[in-house]
Design a protein around this ligand. Structure first.
Ligand code: HEM
Length: 403
């Protein structure tokens, strides 16, 4: 057996994945990297990182959670933890498992199903507002509004607060991509004040802890100790940061696909039962969290590679979801493919997305309700779609239809 090699000796990649490109540009670059060599060392950050890219390898990488931790959350932005604390992401091991046990019941399939009637009603309202207009920027006017409203409802807050909450959360997101730091700080303060007020109100007037997340967080004990208020605030902020931009982005890619692919759209119009499988296939094809990072805490040998404490690892979600070894013809939308739900768009292992059942529900409701009311639509002529790097999103998607 040859001695394991240090990760820096892998074929080197100089690709910077944080830049903006034309739509699907990142998938093309990522597929090329994966096919060029099984492992790569990327040197575009100060620390560099090992790119793990094939489906089987990435799934295996997620299983190293005890020693590859979220001390680094993103390989391309390894210092992001120093800026914004996130919970439960930043915890690992037993401490992480304990907090997940408190949070999981609110995001279980059964809990999410309880939200369904409200989620359907709100979706129909938003679509019916747009339908007579005959056009919209799908991203700004629908794809971000809908998850924001459901997020507020999840926290037991009035959906009408979306009017002022949405501009704040949009400014905070923009902060990750160069928005004026003073504006970001102000928006962040508004959000923290808003959540602080919610916590104060729930302390004074507790609701049913089975139904109300903030009450449950206030009443929960971990090893006999209440969760500090600061941590409850961080959890609320995390849910906002983790749940809104992601769902918006998933909807953007799904609608860009359906607007351009008449046969796939017709299949959904003709057969709404296809929707759950279509959602899985879209999540596989267009993973917007295209990588997550981990920091190695203990020496590890991984398929002939020598990893040492402090090394940064890239777990290539998009490369795995689009790996032809696992998903033949990965560029083809095929909701009937074998193992359609074996994609890892929500990650894997103990940090697997807390909100995945909610996200699936939201996407499925939108696909069903939209196509009943606006079955045919197109992208406005002459528009070139771009995608933001880092964590993929379409900044705009102008759609038109016959009103
Ligand atoms: C299509 C939509 C979504 C996608 C693609 C997505 C993707 C992901 C991924 C890949 C991870 C794993 C991160 C890692 O391993 O480091 C994750 C974690 C997480 N997601 Fe999502 N997510 C989505 C929607 C949501 C929603 C709607 C919420 C909540 C309202 C949410 C809350 C979270 C939280 C709290 C975590 C951290 C879990 C932990 O560390 O234990 N996500 N998500």
């Amino acid at each position: 057996m040859p001695a394991p090699i240090r990760i820096q000796q892998c074929p080197v990649s100089h690709t910077d994945f944080s830049t903006d490109t034309e739509i699907y540009g990142h998938y093309a670059m990522l597929d090329a990297e994966r096919e060029a060599s099984r492992f790569r060392f990327n040197d575009t950050t100060d620390r560099g990182f090992l790119m793990i890219q094939r489906y089987d390898d990435v799934v295996e990488g997620f299983q190293h959670h005890e020693t590859w931790t979220t001390k680094v959350r993103s390989a391309i932005n390894p210092d992001s933890r120093s800026g914004t604390a996130l919970l439960p992401q930043d915890l690992n091991g037993e401490a992480h498992a304990k907090l997940r046990r408190v949070l999981n019941p609110f995001f279980s399939p059964a809990a999410v199903r309880r939200m369904e009637p409200m989620a359907v009603a709100r979706c129909i309202e938003l679509i019916e507002e747009l339908q007579p207009k005959g056009s919209c920027d799908f991203v700004a006017e629908f794809a971000i509004r809908y998850p924001t409203d459901l997020f507020l409802a999840l926290l037991g807050l009035p959906v009408s607060d979306g009017e002022f909450f949405l501009p704040w959360s949009e400014t905070v997101f923009a902060g990750f991509f160069g928005e004026d730091p003073a504006k970001v700080a102000e928006a962040r303060k508004n959000i923290i004040d808003y959540f602080t007020e919610t916590i104060r109100e729930r302390r004074a007037n507790p609701r049913d802890p089975k139904e109300d997340m903030v009450t449950r967080l206030l009443e929960a004990r971990i090893d006999g100790t209440p969760i500090p208020e600061e941590d409850i605030l961080t959890i609320c902020l995390t849910l906002m940061l983790a749940g809104l931009d992601t769902t918006r982005s998933a909807l953007g890619y799904i609608y860009a696909h359906l607007a351009r692919n008449d046969a796939d759209r017709q299949a959904i119009i003709d057969n709404p039962d296809l929707v759950p499988r279509a959602v899985e296939e879209f999540l596989r094809m267009y993973p917007l969290v295209f990588q997550v990072g981990r920091e190695v805490q203990e020496p590890t040998e991984f398929h002939g590679l020598d990893l040492q404490p402090g090394d940064v690892v890239w777990l290539g979600i998009a490369q795995a979801n689009r790996d032809p070894r696992k998903f033949p013809e990965p560029d083809r939308f095929n909701p009937d493919r074998k193992g359609v739900n074996q994609h890892i768009a929500f990650g894997a292992g103990p940090h697997r997305c807390l909100g995945m059942h909610l996200a699936r529900l939201e996407l499925a409701i939108v696909l069903r309700e939209w196509h009943q009311r606006i079955p045919h639509y197109r992208i406005r002529e002459g528009v070139t779609l771009t995608e933001r790097g880092g964590q993929l999103t379409l900044p705009t998607l102008p759609l038109e239809w016959e009103a």
